[in-house]
Ligand binder design. Structure first.
Ligand SMILES: Nc1ncnc2c1ncn2[C@@H]1O[C@H](COP(=O)(O)OP(=O)(O)O)[C@@H](O)[C@H]1O
Ligand SMILES: [Mg+2]
Length: 190
């Protein structure tokens, strides 16, 4: 598309699958926390099994961030974010997206989808620490989704990052069946 800005540091548009994610689809307790986020400055850690609707919820909130709480937003799938940061190191100076710098300066609501799923290396941990600590210091809310409980997360990424995350987030479980399995099955099998 000719109007695409190659250096844009903003997150990509909402993927087709989640364009239809509506604010009404979001659990009531999550909506309540979201609407108070500007005052509480508290983020959320939304966790649950595969297909419970975590990404759907995150995109529903993302698409309503400006309307509901009047702040800017960024959305990143964490694996894509790490890939983008890594690739940026090799880009020519004038081609750089400066994703990491952009995130470090970003003052709005940050969505990090599928947190903790990637292979943990020292570099990955340091990148998480830098982003999360920056937001911790500036009291900026982050909305995480993850397949891991806090205990499992701590085992994967350590206490240094997890304790900052827990202090700055409400921990919200998403329950229910895997929607991906039930979508294509007749009701008696779902
Ligand atoms: N509240 C909802 N209403 C309608 N469809 C939903 C809802 N929550 C999830 N879905 C759909 O179910 C599928 C799985 O949801 P997704 O958010 O991708 O799961 P997760 O991120 O927890 O693995 C997607 O196709 C998604 O659009
Ligand atoms: Mg998901």
């Amino acid at each position: 598309m000719s109007d695409t800005i190659p250096y844009s540091t903003s997150a990509p548009a909402v993927p087709a699958r989640y364009e239809k994610a509506k604010y009404e689809d979001v659990q009531e307790n999550i909506r309540g926390m979201f609407e108070k986020m500007r005052e509480t400055r508290k983020g959320m850690y939304i966790y649950g099994g595969a297909g419970t609707g975590k990404t759907h919820t995150a995109y529903a909130l993302y698409q309503n961030t400006f309307d509901k709480i009047g702040v800017y937003r960024r959305f990143w799938n964490v694996t894509e974010l790490l890939r983008d940061i890594r690739q940026d190191m090799d880009r020519d100076r004038y081609e750089k997206r400066r994703t990491e710098d952009d995130l470090m300066e970003f003052r709005g609501v940050l969505f990090l989808d599928d947190f903790g799923a990637e292979k943990m290396t020292d570099w990955v941990l340091e990148t998480f620490y830098l982003i999360i600590n920056k937001r911790y210091e500036n009291m900026l809310p982050t909305i995480f989704t993850s397949n891991f409980t806090i205990k499992e997360l701590a085992e994967r990424i350590g206490d240094r990052i997890t304790s900052r995350l827990v202090e700055t987030c409400d921990i919200v479980p998403m329950e229910g069946a895997d929607r991906r399995l039930s979508i294509n099955l007749p009701p008696h099998q779902a």
